[in-house]
Design a protein around this ligand. Structure first.
Ligand code: HEC
Length: 145
């Protein structure tokens, strides 16, 4: 009986633990996708890759999609673990974090709506979007080397 009881507790802890690990893995994977999209755009903006309207639109769309449900990937209890680089600020200033996500959602939506048709239009759409990365990371992510 006792063994069963502790077994059930252990199973419960494992389920809770893995749900949290999933949130961390999910938000890291989401951000990795954003990072990949950023790479595509940066190469075009710097002239290291030819302008490709379809690829640019896909990259902005990936970023915009990343904002959907993003704040839900930061439940209580995921401040540490799973190689997260998140800052405790996300929980200390939830409203500020949500505002930063909303701003990123708005700026990426504008870039998707603009659907840049040439390199100049891409550069104009890219600037406001790119500013979001450091603005959010500086506050809500622990400093990276
Ligand atoms: C609203 C906040 C916010 C915005 C905007 C944002 N990020 Fe992030 N990003 C985060 C947080 C928080 C993490 C840390 C997640 C973790 O480790 O749990 C992160 C992590 C990352 C990572 C590391 C992923 C990994 O594998 O651990 C990359 C790459 C990244 N962001 C790229 C970008 C780029 C590029 C942009 C801009 C186009 C951007 N992010 C915009 C909040 C944001």
């Amino acid at each position: 009986m006792r063994k069963l009881f502790f077994g059930l507790i252990a199973a419960g802890v494992m389920v809770a633990g893995s749900a949290h690990a999933d949130a961390i893995a999910d938000r890291k994977a989401t951000m990795k996708g954003v990072g990949g999209a950023m790479g595509t755009l940066v190469r075009m903006v710097r002239g290291q890759a030819d302008f490709d309207a379809q690829a640019a639109l896909a990259a902005f769309t990936t970023m915009n999609n990343a904002t959907t449900g993003f704040v839900d990937l930061f439940p209580e209890g995921t401040e540490t673990g799973g190689k997260t680089t998140v800052s405790a600020k996300v929980w200390e200033d939830r409203a500020g974090f949500e505002a930063a996500v909303n701003k990123f959602a708005g700026d990426t939506a504008a870039a998707v709506a603009a659907a840049p048709a040439d390199l100049d239009a891409l550069k104009a759409a890219f600037g406001p979007v790119a500013g979001n990365c450091n603005a959010c990371h500086e506050v809500y992510r622990i400093p990276q080397q």
